[in-house]
Design a protein around this ligand. Structure first.
Ligand SMILES: [Mn+2]
Length: 399
């Protein structure tokens, strides 16, 4: 069985006020050529297809046109798409039945019956494999299976039930794939340290049962993890960089070949050229008067999202942000933000002084934390922190 595995497209993302439609179009064009060249049995899209729950008409059109082009690039290929934490499950599922006509299967929510999450992959009338599709879901929205009402184990219990249903169809002979959009504790999660209380972080052992390949989405850094027996788990990573923390990542989609049931799958990374890279400059934190001439010397016609490293001190102009923006205004660089070494300057009785440009680059939760500390001289505590975090996620759906 041959699969192309991808995730975390984030269609419709506006990055620091810059639209990314052209980059997404370029990626989707590449993906169509890859599908045409490899003619896989299935294309798995593991969540965060959209950056926000209700994207605008232009983004919707890009999605529709691209799914159709992908289908036309290999008409017998089955496309399976699950919701990620950025997607709206109902928005995705709204036209799911129509998409079935083009071999596209959309899983937005977890059905009360886990058997509904299982899809036999049929190519030209022959079943070549089985998929158990587990869209992202907050624990309280995952249907309770049997007696397990605990929020911490609910995802694992549900996954096990869906995998059991897949096993019934594969009958120990067909390649079996599990799709999920989640943080796996064993992964290199450098970019995401924000799962509160571990409730939304899962371990590989939470996917109990027998399968060959765990197709993941959510972590933007591509990586393969060893699963139970000969199975593997993999994050294909984001096909275009979504934030500055992805500056050094290789961006690709994964070609996965499963010979026989129980055989270790073979993975090949197919690189996606980065059309607009992320670029943090200069290499070290320097004071404003040294940074400005370096920026003026940058080439005029190179396109990249630019984050500027700046060493702040008491003498740093309050117009640093504006001066830096002006220094690159004639260039093709897309200036986004400043990165400073010492982000806060303390003075007086626990007060925190922060300029607008410093605030712009801080996580709002850090700012709330600092405010709380300076006002009450104590930490705000995990409960309040996780509450604020949920609110921030709902409001911004960032990253
Ligand atoms: Mn994502």
């Amino acid at each position: 069985m041959k699969i192309i595995h991808t995730s975390d497209w984030h269609l419709g993302q506006v990055f620091n006020n810059f639209e990314r439609e052209e980059e997404h179009e370029a990626f989707l064009g590449h993906l169509c050529s890859i599908v045409k060249a490899h003619k896989p049995d299935a294309l798995l899209i593991c969540g965060d297809t959209f950056h926000s729950g209700a994207p605008g008409a232009a983004v919707r059109k890009l999605y529709t046109d691209s799914l159709l082009s992908l289908h036309n690039s290999a008409p017998s290929m089955q496309i399976v798409l699950i919701a990620g934490n950025h997607d709206s499950p109902s928005y995705l599922e709204a036209d799911g039945k129509l998409w079935n006509l083009a071999g596209v299967h959309i899983f937005g929510k977890c059905s009360p019956n886990p058997a509904d999450q299982v899809l036999p992959i049929e190519v030209d009338g022959k079943c070549v494999g089985v998929v158990a599709a587990l869209p992202f879901s907050y624990p309280q929205n995952i249907p309770v299976i049997g007696e397990d009402t605990s929020l911490t184990t609910r995802a694992a219990t549900y996954a096990a039930a869906a995998i059991r249903e897949a096993e019934k169809i594969s009958n120990g002979t067909l390649p079996t794939i599990v799709m999920a959009h989640t943080t796996i504790r064993e992964s290199d999660i450098a970019e995401k340290k924000d799962d509160v209380g571990g409730i939304r972080t899962q371990s590989l052992i939470d996917f109990s049962g027998s399968f060959d390949y765990l197709a993941l989405g959510h972590i933007h850094k591509s990586q393969t993890l060893k699963g139970p027996s000969k199975s593997i788990a993999r994050y294909p990573g984001s096909p275009i960089p979504i934030s500055f923390s992805e500056e050094e990542y290789n961006h690709s989609v994964s070609l996965v070949e499963i010979g026989k049931r129980g055989e270790e799958p073979k993975v090949t990374e197919i690189p996606i050229p980065v059309s607009v890279p992320m670029f943090t400059y200069p290499k070290e934190f320097l004071p404003l008067e040294e940074v400005l001439p370096l920026l003026r010397d940058l080439p005029k016609d190179k396109t990249a999202y630019l984050r500027v490293r700046l060493k702040y001190d008491d003498k740093t102009s309050s117009l640093a942000y504006e001066k830096i923006r002006d220094a690159v205004s004639e260039k093709a660089y897309r200036f986004c933000m400043l990165k400073s070494d010492d982000k806060t300057t303390r003075s007086g009785e626990g007060a925190v002084k922060m300029g607008i440009s410093q605030m712009r680059e801080r996580d709002p939760l850090d700012i709330a934390d600092l405010f709380y500390k300076s006002k009450y001289s104590t930490d705000m505590g995990e409960d309040l922190k996780s509450l604020l975090k949920e609110v921030k996620e709902d409001v911004t759906k960032q990253e």
